[in-house]
Design a protein around this ligand. Sequence first.
Ligand code: ADP
Ligand code: MG
Length: 404
Amino acid sequence: MKVKVGVFFGGVSVEHEVSVISALQAINAIDRDQYEPIPIYIAKNKNWYTGEALLEIENYKNIDSLLKQCERIIITTNDQGRPVIHRHTTGMFGKKLISEIDVAFPVIHGTYGEDGILQGYFELHGLPYVGCDVFSSAVGMDKVMMKQILRDSGLPILDYHWFYSSNWLNDQDALIEKIESELNYPVIVKPANLGSSVGISKATNREELEEAVELATEFAKKIVVEKMVTNLKEVNCSVLGDYEEAESSVCEEVLSSTDILTYQDKYQSGGSSKGGGSSKGMESTNRKIPAEMSDEKTAEVQKLAKDTFQTLGCAGVSRIDFLIDKNTEQVFVNEINTIPGSLSFYLWEPTGKSFKELTSDMIQVALKRERERESLTFSVDTNLFAMHSGGAKGGSKSKLGSNS
Ligand SMILES: Nc1ncnc2c1ncn2[C@@H]1O[C@H](COP(=O)(O)OP(=O)(O)O)[C@@H](O)[C@H]1O
Ligand SMILES: [Mg+2]
């Protein structure tokens, strides 16, 4: 029997369209001898759908017509507690079940897909899933939490300062003084939990700092101000595996048209990867693969990528982005993308791993985590109410002990 893989995509984040492309690429790549991919599309209005029509990219030009060809669904559990896909509405005698589902494969970037929320939904349904768990997904989305953990583990990050937008409102002068004395200009100001460069700007003086913070507070209540690397080389490296075993991909160098790599740079510049053809990732940033770096620097970045991945407790495939100061050659971990665009397949192909093998490995990591989870004890199959039928006082000690 083939493993039924529900590929979840779309979602309500700004990266909805990017997710559709990444997911269709992944569905095409999945090994049909072992797995049966089932597309599960989360429309922008939050309704969930399945159907063959979802597999054709052209159909997304007219969403209303696409959805009419699909079945609206819910994920639920059957009487045995197994996760299943049901029709959202059925007539009196209609069949509810569309399919059982063995493993979920989320390919949703950003909010509600990459931040642990969807992963929590899978957990509640006892549905094994590909990629990072709730905790590592959530930490990966929060630049402050991520930096705190990485710094505590001795991984190199840029000096930064963070605060809530309410701190800024109440104590702006003190914050400015702190930033100016600890970081110096220029600095980069970012909302803590967005992606795609939204709300990010640089500040070279106090006036610009105030503007940059005002902008960032429109998008998040947690704000990060960090030292800006002025002579910058941006390098990304993907990692595949889990807390026990992980490997790094080749590195890519991303080339920006401005100081800050913008959403347009990332998705609309129409650049192509070296090698072209099937190696072209979704993010059409102008890129060099492999990045132009000495073998030594490459090894350093690959090691830092793997350490970052394992420190944060990641699983499946992630992409870790680095900022390299060309003046000092220092490497800094910038951020992690726990569901990277195109699942970073174009960084694995040059290592000899096809997209098909990559998706198989990712599913296998998910099933391994499930096996490990099954061997842990979460609850005790004892009904305390039934055991203590004599009343609340006294009675024999349950397996849970007397002071649980
Ligand atoms: N400290 C920094 N110094 C120089 N450039 C930076 C710095 N931080 C971010 N940038 C630029 O801004 C871009 C977006 O920042 P990033 O932290 O990656 O946010 P996002 O999560 O939106 O991708 C980076 O790709 C880089 O071009
Ligand atoms: Mg980035």
